[in-house]
Design a protein. Structure first.
Length: 589
């Protein structure tokens, strides 16, 4: 395609401006009512802490993030085109951490978005950066022969063919690509022969797990809306959203939703689409990101799907190749503008909770997993956002999100990446910026915003989209990568998090799931227990380092480590030394 992109058209009859406006009004009122009701209920049940009382204390200090992008050698520019107010241009893209060369340091792939569909200009393609292990990276895109071009979205690393090294899957508008790792830093595009080639649709985020427990990794790919690049211009309809005029071509309501895809791995490097049979097509969803994770602790990967202006889906794995959407029963079926999703045990009760980022005035969701209270007989969540974050998220459009213990105190903290979807009337080729939010977990007291004490980087504003997390320098604390739409990336190095003790576990399976995706690790240190699950694909269009990182505070020994491998096999270690990256290989049967 050339340098210009025609305006978009809806693939079916457009909704009228009145219908859209009415729908938005209903959505806003519903979101407002939900927030008010939820806050009232939580205040009564748990003791709501108003924002003005959430003051930073000395115990919250000690960690600073520093922007080291320039010295790291990561040079990346996102969307090197002029914005023309169509939806696809504003969605941004993500990044994925993965050790593709097996040297013990995670490498980085960043997805780009461009009208240059053939990638004729290397500046318009996705970039692969090899980690040298000394804090610096090298752009090895050309050498790798990975060519992610066009209007890209997300990426995930996984061993699709069971040969022991990780391959790269990337999504974008009208395409998805699978690059096989051939060793020696060279990749081959095997999209067609794998059965993953598509000619239409809008694949967005992606997530990976062995959902059928047959030993190889399966792939779930959400699709967004039936947006098309048209040859004729769309009538310029403007919808009022919070006092601002929003072009028809920027409103997801203007387009029909698309069905998602579940690709079952055949074990020979090929995939079959089993979405309908498995019951996870979620055809009404307008899906952006999903995550596989065992949410009901039965040993089977479940599936949470974040849907924009459509109810989120919670697919519980029935163990017979099918799933059941339990979102309404479990109280997670919010019809808000969901973008990003993260899973983690933030409250320390040894089950997985969910954070979902939302559009402005809809506040994020912090779904606390209550399943352990019902002895595993049912799956239930309660939204604790009002009690734990207050009204902080109401003023932001949230995208990337992650549960990370950035200060190594043993409690999962949260970072939320924000960026507006509103264009300033005086500068319609740009989008408004927002600041990102860093929350420290105080345990029973909930979360406190620590932007003001965690470094100058938290005072800056971006049009944030993707976010990905890893200890890229293996120094014992978790670092952050943020991608800004129409700009570049920020690599934020954690300074001081490793002042407390820590343990990172690098799990090595065998056969088709070398990354041990879906494994659950439970550690005990003193009277404290922690549990984490290995997931691949989350946040927004992104993937984090699959190594499992635990903050340990002042504990100088880990009394026990229990690994529950994806096939259910249990492996135990005792008296494990702290402050190390420990490789655990699965016992062979």
């Amino acid at each position: 395609m050339g340098d210009s992109l025609p305006l978009a058209k809806a693939s079916s009859r457009p909704l009228s401006g009145l219908v859209v406006a009415q729908a938005l009004a209903v959505l806003f009122l519903a979101a407002t009512w939900t927030f008010t009701a939820c806050r009232s209920g939580v205040e009564e049940a748990t003791g709501f802490i108003p924002d003005e009382e959430r003051v930073v204390r000395s115990e919250d200090e000690g960690v600073e993030f520093v922007d080291v992008t320039a010295e790291s050698g990561i040079a990346f520019s996102h969307f090197n085109d002029v914005r023309t107010s169509v939806l696809i241009e504003d969605m941004g893209s993500g990044a994925a951490w993965g050790d593709y060369d097996g040297d013990g340091f995670v490498d980085l792939f960043i997805v780009n978005s461009s009208r240059d569909e053939l990638g004729e200009n290397p500046a318009n393609t996705g970039k692969l950066f090899r980690n040298h292990g000394d804090g610096t990276f090298e752009d090895v895109t050309a050498r790798s022969q990975i060519k992610q071009a066009g209007l890209g979205m997300g990426a995930v690393w996984f061993d699709h063919d069971g040969d022991g090294d990780i391959d790269l899957f990337a999504t974008g508008f009208g395409r998805q690509q699978l690059f096989r790792n051939g060793g020696h830093g060279v990749f081959e595009d095997v999209t067609t022969q794998s059965g993953l080639r598509i000619e239409s649709g809008w694949p967005s985020g992606s997530t990976v797990a062995d959902y059928d427990l047959d030993g190889d990794l399966d792939l779930y790919v959400p699709h967004y809306v039936a947006f098309e690049i048209g040859d004729s211009e769309v009538e310029t309809l403007l919808n009022k959203q919070y006092g601002l005029d929003i072009p028809f071509t920027l409103n997801p309501f203007s387009y029909e939703p698309l069905a998602n895809k579940l690709y079952r791995n055949n074990g020979d490097g090929t995939f079959d689409d089993v979405s309908s049979v498995a019951g996870v097509a979620n055809a009404e969803g307008r899906s952006l990101q999903a995550v596989f994770c065992d949410l009901d602790a039965d040993g089977l990967p479940d599936l949470y799907v974040a849907n924009d202006i459509s109810p989120d889906a919670l697919f519980i794995n029935r163990g017979d190749g099918t799933f059941e959407n339990m979102a309404e029963y479990a109280r997670t079926a919010d019809a808000r503008g969901s973008m990003g999703v993260a899973v983690g045990d933030y409250d320390g009760d040894l089950d997985q909770d969910i954070w979902v980022t939302h559009w402005i005035a809809q506040d994020d969701a912090l779904f606390r997993n209550m399943s352990q209270l019902s002895n595993g007989d049912e799956i239930r969540f309660v939204d604790r956002i009002a009690a734990d974050v207050g009204e902080r998220s109401l003023s932001y459009v949230g995208w990337g999100v992650g549960f990370i213990d950035f200060d190594n105190d043993g409690r999962l903290d949260v970072i939320v990446v924000n960026g507006s979807t509103f264009e300033p009337p005086e500068a319609p080729t740009t989008l408004d910026t927002m600041r990102n939010l860093l929350f420290r977990n105080r345990g029973e007291e909930g979360f406190v915003l620590v932007n003001d004490i965690a470094g100058d980087v938290w005072a800056t504003k971006d049009v944030g989209r993707g976010a990905s997390f890893a200890d890229y320098d293996n120094d014992g604390d978790l670092d952050i990568l943020i991608l800004a739409r129409g700009d570049g990336v920020k690599l934020l190095r954690n300074q001081g998090g490793n002042a407390r003790n820590w343990l990172t576990l690098d799990l090595n399976g065998f056969s088709g799931n070398r990354q041990a995706i879906g494994a659950t690790v439970t550690i005990g240190a003193g009277a404290t227990s922690q549990r984490q699950t290995v997931v691949a694909g989350s946040s927004y269009l992104s993937m984090n380092d699959v190594r499992v990182h635990f903050g340990l505070g002042d504990h100088d020994i880990v009394d026990s480590v229990e690994v529950r491998w994806p096939d259910g096999h249990l492996q135990m270690l005792s008296a494990v030394s702290v402050n190390q990256v420990l490789t655990i290989s699965k016992d062979r049967p």
